[in-house]
Design a protein around this ligand. Structure first.
Ligand code: CMX
Length: 429
């Protein structure tokens, strides 16, 4: 048995018992209230979900199992996955064991390539990626064992198997989506000696000067891994998972949510916005020009992509990590310079729009400019990178949910007439 699974096997029963005790002693205590505005406003701020892998305090940003993001940006995505699941960073032996386990599971079934090859040539990369994840449902260990009558206590074990099988294969699938969709030539075979992110870069086939692109990708895949349980992709995946749909169903469902422009697609839109400003002003725009362009965007009824957040009220620490990377490796690049200048201008503009609660950059504001620098210029692909990383969090959350035996998700809805009644307005008013 892998060291990671061994650790989980001893840890989960204890955590489950703790939750049972907590509920037995406090189950009837009130943890949140819901206003009418929240019911109609995307349940913003309503506490009613459980996610132990990470949390996002509005004034701090992402904290993974007690580790503030800024303290773990040097970690490999594999280390973060171990942390998400166990609450501890792996030691050297545990990391090696996990990397070995992923390597043994990385071969992608041939039918996945056939399905991707038969899709329309101009399919969106996210559609291709999510289709590949879904079609592999054929391999689900959970679905097979469930049909055989697996015991409830073993649900997490089968989900772990699915998670590892999926995570191991994602870099090869994502890299092929890139090469196929953008006519980059043959599929590149895996490098048996590379780490998870390094191998992804290898299979993308783009230049990797001084291993810098791989460094960026390690950072990228670490930063996007998880963002607590209420964001669209995590919540959608968890809801699907709660019906005991296996991870292939729930991960692809969650990633379909990530493909929305208000969520993960914003990173594609963001670089588009930056490049539009450069086109309009013939090169890196001045602060005044950027301010003008930000107002034009707002006045035309569009959002400034990469800015604002449903939870955060500070500069996203993930954006800060990307900015620091850019300053270290590409301070002379005009696209990066524009990204950095936008940060000096846009928060001041957005602060003047009263309804906007968070004028600060989110994770999507910075990443595109860095990817562009290393030749990954097809921005419709960027959400696929986000997906490869977010799979770490979604899979971890699913394993934990199965281990804790969480119930099927089923909040209560009411028609508008029902809410009118609650707030004492006659239904026909
Ligand atoms: N530009 C223009 N308007 C914005 C804005 C922005 N960057 N951020 C928020 N607003 C607007 C909202 O659209 C909303 O307007 P309406 O009331 O007319 O609908 C109003 O300000 C209030 O919004 P909010 O309470 O501050 O923010 P929400 O929780 O409703 O939305 C988010 C959060 C991220 C969808 C929003 O800030 C946004 O659209 N940002 C741009 C897109 C983006 O970067 N998304 C990526 C987020 C990170 C991720 O999930 O990947």
């Amino acid at each position: 048995m892998s060291l990671l699974k061994e650790k989980l096997r001893s840890k989960f029963p204890q955590e489950k018992a703790e939750i049972a005790k907590l509920l037995k002693e406090n189950g009837d205590k009130i943890v949140s209230q819901v206003t009418l505005a929240q019911a109609y406003g995307g349940l913003r701020g309503v506490k009613g979900l459980v996610c132990d892998t990470s949390e996002v305090p509005p004034d701090k940003g992402l904290i993974i199992r007690g580790h503030e993001l800024k303290t773990i940006t040097d970690k490999l995505p594999e280390e973060i996955f171990f942390l998400l699941l166990t609450g501890q960073l792996p030691d050297a032996t545990e990391l090696k064991d996990l990397q070995h386990e992923l390597k043994t599971r990385e071969v992608v079934p041939n039918y996945v390539w056939s399905v991707l090859n038969s899709m329309p040539a101009d399919s969106h990369p996210m559609t291709m990626f999510n289709t590949a994840v879904l079609v592999m449902q054929h391999e689900s260990v959970f679905a097979k064992r469930y049909a055989e009558g697996i015991k409830k206590d073993e649900y997490w074990d089968a989900t772990y198997e699915d998670a590892m099988n999926i995570i191991a294969k994602l870099p090869a699938i994502a890299a092929y989506v890139y090469r196929k969709r953008f006519n980059k030539g043959q599929r590149i075979e895996s490098d048996k000696n590379a780490d998870w992110a390094g191998n992804y870069v290898h299979m993308l086939g783009l230049p990797n000067p001084n291993d810098e692109f791989a460094k960026l990708m390690r950072l990228y895949l670490t930063l996007h891994s998880d963002h607590e349980g209420g964001n669209v992709s995590a919540y959608s995946a968890a809801t699907i998972n709660s019906a005991l749909s296996d991870l292939y169903y729930s991960l692809s469902g969650g990633l379909n949510g990530l493909a929305g422009p208000l969520h993960g697609l914003a990173n594609q839109e963001c670089l588009g916005w930056i490049l539009d400003t450069m086109k309009k002003f013939n090169g890196a725009p001045s602060k005044e020009q950027l301010e003008q362009y930000a107002w034009e965007t707002l006045n035309s009824g569009k959002v400034v992509p990469g800015y604002g957040h449903a939870v955060l009220r500070i500069t996203d620490p993930r954006y800060a990590a990307f900015l620091a990377f850019g300053k270290q490796y590409m301070s002379n690049d005009p696209v990066f310079q524009t990204v950095a200048r936008v940060f000096e201008v846009v928060p001041t503009v957005l602060t003047q729009v009263q309804k906007i609660k968070d004028p600060w950059p989110n994770v999507d504001a910075g990443s595109g400019g860095l990817l562009y620098h290393y030749g990954l210029k097809e921005f419709s692909y960027y959400t696929v990178l986000f997906s490869v990383s977010r799979a770490l969090g979604i899979c971890s959350q699913a394993i934990v949910a199965r281990a804790m035996g969480y119930a099927i998700t089923r909040p209560k809805s009411l028609p508008t007439a029902g809410y009118k009644k609650i707030v004492s307005i006659p239904a026909n008013a």
